[in-house]
Write a protein that binds this ligand. Structure first.
Ligand code: BGP
Length: 473
């Protein structure tokens, strides 16, 4: 199988790169923007400050010129909800104008925008009013915002994603405002899943009604789960992880169906997660045009008995190997490390073959075209005499792209590839210590420095890849 004949990347393949609003824009209170749940976390840890980040809001023209030089066919951006609706309800024309300018700049440079509608940054006002995604009121508020995006930008944008990594935000509640006091985390997870699935469906239907030519899909983060050993109990644990973390939410989003094992697991713990038939019908009526998925690493799952203590996963914030806290979900699975794989300094295990496996598994189950909307290596980069020699990133991306081409050769339809990230930005968990970009941004967490942009070695490498349409890999 390793020696199959390689198929070329499709002619209209979207060679892209990605960012998200709160991680690059800065200008967090400018031109009428309201606070997002991300802005509210400012200074809650040394790494998190959205006020300036990479200053893309003021430098977007220069940044788009770099995208052009890189040769990007497409750029994945997200629209900041509180820039358009500062209080969640009232439209801010200056916010609308900013994205017109940015999208126009992309089009002027023949770069196709892919717009993420929600990337973790809903208005803080909606979090304060009713606990955000825990409440069904979010559905109408999100639909209002999405409808504005479709009517304002729909004649310029052909690709939309609904909610970024809806499956991961439930795993890490603090990412999107946290669990309200007194609410059980599993109850919160189920309810957020449900509200996001309903919102996703309404937004997809609305997009198809208003913009019949546009394509829209949901987005998940997929860390495929390997069994720790061939002990059938470990194999079951890996299936549990895949079903609970990825297939339950994605079955719901794409098929309008709830996994019976998951229903049963919660029912035994006193939580009835069955949706009403009209809710399932609504969800099933929304037909995604593709599945967007973010892939960084794979996971290992091992048997976890009913009697083990529940442990929630915790990111490695130290940037020194060995600090990630693996989860333990009694009766389901426990996380473990993979002795066959190298890992980043933040313990993200590097697994190029996993991207091919993930493509195969997702296509087999859903028969929808795929887009890889994030993939990349977070690393400490060093600027020396205006240069960044990030060979480790080139190695990571190259191996993943080679495996992606194998997935395409296996017959999986893949529409595009968007490495994370176009430029350095504020990492969700680790600020500017942990960099992902093709373009270096001269700042640290504590010092804004010049904010000047520098092209890394990976910039020139990816430029070649795009120019040769993947043949230089
Ligand atoms: C994804 C998010 C991105 C990005 C990425 C890397 O889950 O969609 O916003 O942050 O992970 O994560 P981190 O910045 O924590 O390394």
């Amino acid at each position: 199988m390793d020696h199959i004949t390689l198929k070329p990347f499709p002619a209209d393949f979207l060679w892209g790169a990605a960012t998200a609003a709160y991680q690059v824009e800065g200008a967090y209170l400018e031109d009428g923007k309201g606070l997002s749940v991300q802005d509210s976390k400012n200074h809650s840890n040394a790494f998190h400050d959205t006020s300036v980040t990479s200053d893309h809001y003021h430098r977007y023209q220069q940044d788009v010129a770099l995208m052009k030089e890189l040769g990007l066919k497409s750029y994945r951006l997200s629209i900041s909800w509180p820039r358009l609706y500062p209080d969640g309800k009232t439209l801010n024309p200056q916010g609308v104008a900013f994205y017109h300018q940015l999208i126009d700049e992309l089009l002027k440079n023949q770069i196709t925008p892919l717009v993420t509608l929600y990337h973790f940054d809903h208005p803080q006002a909606l979090q304060d009013a009713y606990a955000g995604w825990y409440n069904e009121q979010m559905i109408d508020d999100f639909l209002r915002f999405a409808t504005t995006c479709f009517t304002e930008y729909g004649h310029k944008v052909s690709y939309f994603m609904t909610i970024c990594e809806s499956n991961n935000v439930v795993l890490y509640p603090d990412l999107i405002g946290g669990v309200p006091t007194g609410i059980d985390v599993e109850r919160w997870r189920f309810q957020v899943n449900r509200v996001m699935a309903l919102a996703n469906a309404k937004v997809i239907n609305c997009c198809h009604r208003l913009l019949p030519q546009a394509k829209i899909g949901p987005c998940i983060g997929y860390a495929i789960a390997y069994p720790a050993t061939c002990d059938p109990n470990d194999v079951m644990a890996a299936l549990n992880e895949d079903e609970f973390r990825t297939f339950y939410p994605l079955d719901l989003l794409c098929l309008g169906r709830q996994n019976p094992t998951v229903i049963n697991y919660f029912s035994e713990r006193g939580l009835d997660i069955r949706l009403a038939q009209d809710e399932l019908d609504l969800i099933a009526s929304a037909k995604a045009d593709f599945i967007a998925f973010n892939y960084y690493q794979s996971d290992v799952a091992k048997y976890c008995s009913q009697h083990q203590i529940q442990t929630q996963p915790k990111f490695n914030l130290a940037g020194q190997k060995g600090r990630y806290v693996y989860p333990q979900f009694p009766g389901l699975y426990a996380g473990a490390s993979n002795p066959y794989l190298e890992r980043s300094d933040w313990d993200w295990e590097i697994d190029p073959v996993g991207i091919r496996l993930a493509c195969r598994k997702l296509y087999d189950r859903y028969q929808l075209p795929l887009m890889i909307t994030e993939n990349g290596l977070g690393a400490y980069d060093e600027l020396v005499d205006g240069q960044v020699a990030d060979d480790y990133r080139i190695d990571y991306l190259k191996k993943h792209l080679q495996q992606l081409q194998l997935a395409i050769s296996d017959g999986v339809p893949v529409m595009g590839y968007y490495p994370w990230s176009f430029m350095d930005l504020m990492s969700t968990s680790n600020g500017y210590n942990k960099r992902y970009g093709f373009v270096y941004v001269d700042r640290t967490d504590t010092d804004l420095k010049t904010l000047q942009r520098y092209k890394k070695a990976s910039f020139y490498w990816y430029q070649q890849v795009i120019q040769s349409h993947g043949q230089s890999l």
